[in-house]
Structure formats: structure tokens, C-alpha cells
Ligand binder design. Structure first.
Ligand code: KIV
Length: 275
């Protein structure tokens, strides 16, 4: 069954948990779709986990369109949500609608995600009015890393917690169909999830959310140098890939690859007649 913003709301209403993973390319998207995950997020984490930047600030609209279109070609049933990159919506409501439209038309996204609470509600309202579904994102919003002074848990104090609850209510009221809660204490994420009608999708926000999202490289342990506290590693794919690359190097060096079964045959008398 095709996942849509309507099935997202139905899941929340029935108390069924939603699953979301990031993807940035065709082949990974196909695997995630086949696994029955409800949504793929082409996150601007692209900048960090695929393009090697230290944060998401440098990611461009062209980057997001290119990777979103590749993911779109790999999916059938999962809902495709694509991130609006830094400065593609903060500058004006007009820019927000134009760029959300580009992600839909050129990137084949089925919804867009943008970061922020009350301050981006005019943008959310305008994009939704253009018939483009919007997923909001509050808590640790990585595009604000310089304003936060680093990647830190948000909403621990009373004032900050109240602000996040107010932001969640505001983005719902502006028309968002879901909201990502990133790096928020679990009690606060539960309170927010119980206080709004749209689904909350948590990352580092505990089990009280209506769904969960992870960056797929994190949950497959593809990096040896970083393991955020909130990540569960479901496989050691990084180790397996490194081991496979080493084995390939060794086979080539020792002449055991390619073997007969990997090679094409011909009438070798032709070779003898060559001069
Ligand atoms: O860019 C991203 O991958 C995200 C998730 C971490 C929610 O925004």
C-alpha cells in the first residue's frame, strides 16, 4: 500500500508506529522501500554522510534535487520527503514556495521538510497552500548549529521545553502533516506527541513519539569514528565493507580474482592467428 500523508495521519489515529529512514541514492532507496519502511527522508544530512562536509550548511538546492530524483526512481510504496536546504526557505515566503516546488517538480519529492517552529510558520502555511505537504522539524535543528553553539540536546529547561511545545502546536496549526523531534528529552517528546494531533517522528527523542527516523549509515554502523547515543546499530556493515574491500585487494594481488568463472570465453585459435 502506498504511504501518503493521509496514511501517516491514520497511523497516528490508530496508534500504529511509523518508520522513516534517510536515503540519498537509487539502490539504497529500493532496499528501504522493499523493507516496508513508511517514509524515506532525503535529509540534508546528505552534506555530512555523503558529501563529507562537517555540517549541513553548504548543501544546495541542486544537491537536494539531484539526490531526491535518484531516490524517487527507487521507490514504489514509501513516502518520499525531501529536506529544504539551508537558506532555501529562511529568506522569504516566496523563496520557500518556489524552492519547495522545485523539490517536487525536479526532485520528485512527495513532501518537503524544513527546520524551525513559530518563525517558519508563514513559510509552512504558504507551501501547504500550494498543495505541497510539509513535515516540520524542531528541537536540535542542524541548520542552526552555529546559533546553538554545537549539536546539543534541546528543551531541557522549563522555558526551552515550553518553547518546543509551543512550536509543535504552531507548526501543526500552520498545516504541517508531521513534525520531526530531534534530540529532545524523552519526557518532553512524549508530552508533545500527546498534545498535538499530527504524528511526531523522533530521532534521539525516546519511545513516546509516534514514529522514529534514523540516518541509515548510523544504523548500519558504516562509520567507525562516530556513534551518537540515540543510535541502535542493526548491522556492522562498515566492518563488512572494509573486510570485503581488503579481500578484493588481496585476491587481485594474489591472482585469485578474476577466476575462470568470472571470465569470458572465445575460440582461442583466433588468438593464435593474430599478428
Ligand atoms: O537531514 C536529516 O537526515 C534529518 C534527520 C536527522 C531527521 O533531518
Amino acid at each position: 500500500m502506498k504511504n501518503t500523508v493521509v496514511t501517516f495521519q491514520e497511523a497516528k489515529d490508530k496508534g500504529e508506529k511509523l518508520t522513516m529512514l534517510t536515503a540519498y541514492d537509487y539502490s539504497t532507496a529500493k532496499l528501504i522501500d522493499e523493507a516496508g519502511i513508511n517514509a524515506i527522508l532525503v535529509g540534508d544530512s546528505l552534506g555530512m554522510v555523503v558529501l563529507g562536509y562537517e555540517d549541513t550548511i553548504s548543501v544546495t538546492m541542486e544537491d537536494m534535487i539531484h539526490h531526491s530524483a535518484a531516490v524517487a526512481r527507487g521507490i514504489k510504496e514509501t513516502l518520499l520527503i525531501t529536506d529544504m536546504p539551508f537558506m532555501s526557505y529562511q529568506t522569504s515566503v516566496y523563496d520557500a514556495v518556489v524552492n519547495a516546488g522545485r523539490l517536487m517538480k525536479e526532485g520528485r519529492a512527495q513532501a518537503v521538510k524544513l527546520e524551525g517552529g513559530k518563525e517558519v510558520c508563514p513559510q509552512i502555511r504558504a507551501i501547504v497552500n500550494a498543495s505541497i505537504p510539509v513535515c516540520a522539524h524542531i528541537g536540535l535543528t542542524p541548520q542552526s548549529v552555529n546559533a546553538f553553539g554545537g549539536f546539543k540536546v534541546q528543551g531541557k529547561g522549563e522555558e526551552a521545553a515550553q518553547k518546543l511545545l509551543d512550536d509543535a502546536r504552531a507548526v501543526e496549526e500552520a498545516g504541517a502533516f508531521a513534525v520531526v523531534l530531534e534530540c529532545v528529552p524523552q519526557a518532553l517528546a512524549k508530552k508533545i506527541s500527546e498534545s498535538i494531533h499530527i504524528p511526531t517522528i523522533g530521532i534521539g527523542a525516546g519511545g513516546g513519539c509516534d514514529g522514529q527516523v534514523l540516518v541509515y549509515q548510523d544504523m548500519l554502523a558504516m562509520y567507525s569514528d562516530m556513534k551518537p547515543k540515540f543510535v541502535k546499530q542493526y548491522a556492522q556493515i562498515g566492518d563488512q565493507m572494509r573486510e570485503a574491500f581488503r579481500a578484493y585487494k588481496q585476491d587481485v594481488a594474489e591472482g585469485t580474482f578474476p577466476a575462470e568463472e568470472h571470465s569470458f570465453k572465445m575460440d582461442e585459435s583466433i588468438i593464435d592467428r593474430l599478428y
